[in-house]
Structure formats: structure tokens, C-alpha cells
Design a protein around this ligand. Structure first.
Ligand code: HEM
Length: 213
């Protein structure tokens, strides 16, 4: 059979350096936060700023993970799919960091106070909901879990990533004070990604049936 030649992008995506490169990129926000922490760049309230930065990166990477499949289909770059799980796990990693800094450094592991926050402050309740979903998705992200659950059930469960994204956006909208546009930008991007999945636009028409199920 004649060999099919790949373009430079496809070659780069399938190279053995691509995954380590994406892994290294995923660690950049962490490195940046550590650098800011050590150099006093986190401002007058470093703990609150660390909570904010890690929350923002969790949400950003969640949206990037959700954008992988539409981007793969619209560009025809099948090699992009290799990075989806890693990006999703990085989103979980930053969410874990966010919750850990909040529970450990902000609340000093005062579980009673944390529980009170979860029950009394609706934005924390919603954030908790997003975190529980992301934890379930991360725990079932291995090949072994895909086999154990079966492809159909695994796919159905992993659709909850959209609920986690929506809860992350609502959490953000609820916690900002007064009128601020950034949370709505994240919510609009999420809505755009959901629309791409279901809309019958010419672009969405190119999405494969398996993606649209
Ligand atoms: C148990 C779960 C969670 C708790 C307790 C929690 C708690 C918090 C707290 C205390 C803040 C800072 C509020 C302030 O500055 O006044 C915050 C901000 C934020 N959180 Fe969470 N969070 C949780 C889960 C999540 C998850 C899963 C995401 C993302 C998917 C997320 C995204 C954000 C964002 C984007 C911000 C705002 C950053 C900013 O102000 O610029 N949070 N969260």
C-alpha cells in the first residue's frame, strides 16, 4: 500500500515530543504561580490570589479540553485527539490545587468552616459541584476504566464535563462583585462550544455523527 504523506502539522502532532511538550505547557501556569509567590508578585493577599489564579486556570483548561474535539473535526487534524485527556487532567489538577489552597491555606483545614461555606455560600456549593464532577471524570479517565464501564456508559458519564464547565462559569459569575465581564466571556465560550456540538450550521454539519451523539 502506498504511504500516505502527512503535512507538517500532522507530523508535529504525532511526533513523540508532542505529548511531553503539551505536558510541559500544562505546567507553565503552575511555574508562573510559584514564581509570583516567591517574588511577591501575588500582591497584598497572596493566598486569595493563588486561589483565584488556580481557579482561572482550571476553567481555562477545561474549555481548552472541550475545544479539542470540535477543533479536530473542523481542521481535520485527527492527531489533536491524543492531547484531550491530558488537557482535561490538567484542568482537574488546577481545580485540585484551587480547592487545596482554599481548604489548606485559606481555611487551615478547618473542615467545619469549609462545610459551613459549602452549605451557606451558594457560589461555593456550585464550585463544589463542579469539583465533584471533575473528580469523577478524572478517576474514570484511564483506559482500564473505559473498558470496565463500556464505551457507551463512559461517553455518557463524560458528557458531564459540560455540566462541570457550566458550574465553573456559574461559580465565577456568582462570586465576582458588581458588574464584571470576564466570567461572561468564559460562559460565552462554553455556550459556543455547546452550540458547535448541536447546531446545524455548515461548520457543525462537518462534525462527525459520533461527535454529535
Ligand atoms: C470545592 C470546590 C471549590 C471551592 C471551595 C472554590 C472556592 C473558591 C473561592 C473561595 C474563590 C475566591 C473568591 C474570591 O476571590 O472572592 C474562587 C474563585 C474562583 N474559582 Fe473556585 N472553588 C471551587 C471549585 C472551582 C472549580 C471546579 C472551578 C473551575 C472549573 C473554579 C473556578 C474559579 C474561578 C474561575 C474563580 C475566580 C477567579 C477570579 O476571581 O478571577 N472553582 N473559588
Amino acid at each position: 500500500m502506498a504511504a500516505v504523506s502527512k503535512g507538517p502539522v500532522a507530523l508535529a502532532l504525532s511526533s513523540r515530543w508532542a505529548k511531553p511538550a503539551v505536558f510541559a505547557l500544562g505546567l507553565v501556569p503552575l511555574g508562573w504561580m510559584v514564581w509570583l509567590g516567591l517574588s511577591g508578585g501575588l500582591g497584598a493577599e497572596p493566598v486569595a490570589e493563588a486561589v483565584r489564579q488556580s481557579g482561572l486556570w482550571a476553567l481555562r483548561l477545561l474549555l481548552v479540553a472541550l475545544a479539542v474535539t470540535p477543533l479536530r473535526i473542523l481542521t481535520g487534524q485527527a492527531g489533536l485527539a491524543r492531547f484531550r485527556r491530558m488537557i482535561g487532567l490538567f484542568a482537574f489538577f488546577y481545580a485540585l490545587l484551587h480547592v487545596s489552597v482554599y481548604v489548606g491555606v485559606d481555611q487551615f483545614f478547618d473542615w467545619a468552616a469549609v462545610w459551613k461555606d459549602i452549605v451557606k455560600r451558594p457560589y461555593i456549593t456550585v464550585g463544589m459541584g463542579a469539583f465533584v464532577i471533575l473528580t469523577a471524570l478524572a478517576a474514570t479517565s484511564t483506559n482500564g476504566m473505559v473498558r470496565r464501564l463500556g464505551g457507551r456508559r463512559w461517553k455518557a458519564l463524560h458528557k458531564a464535563v459540560f455540566i462541570a464547565g457550566a458550574a465553573g462559569c456559574v461559580h465565577y459569575v456568582m462570586l465576582v462583585k458588581g458588574w464584571q465581564y470576564p466570567p461572561f466571556v468564559y460562559a460565552a465560550i462554553l455556550l459556543g462550544l455547546v452550540a458547535l456540538r448541536y447546531a446545524k450550521s455548515p461548520a457543525a454539519g462537518r462534525l462527525s455523527p459520533s461527535y454529535r451523539t
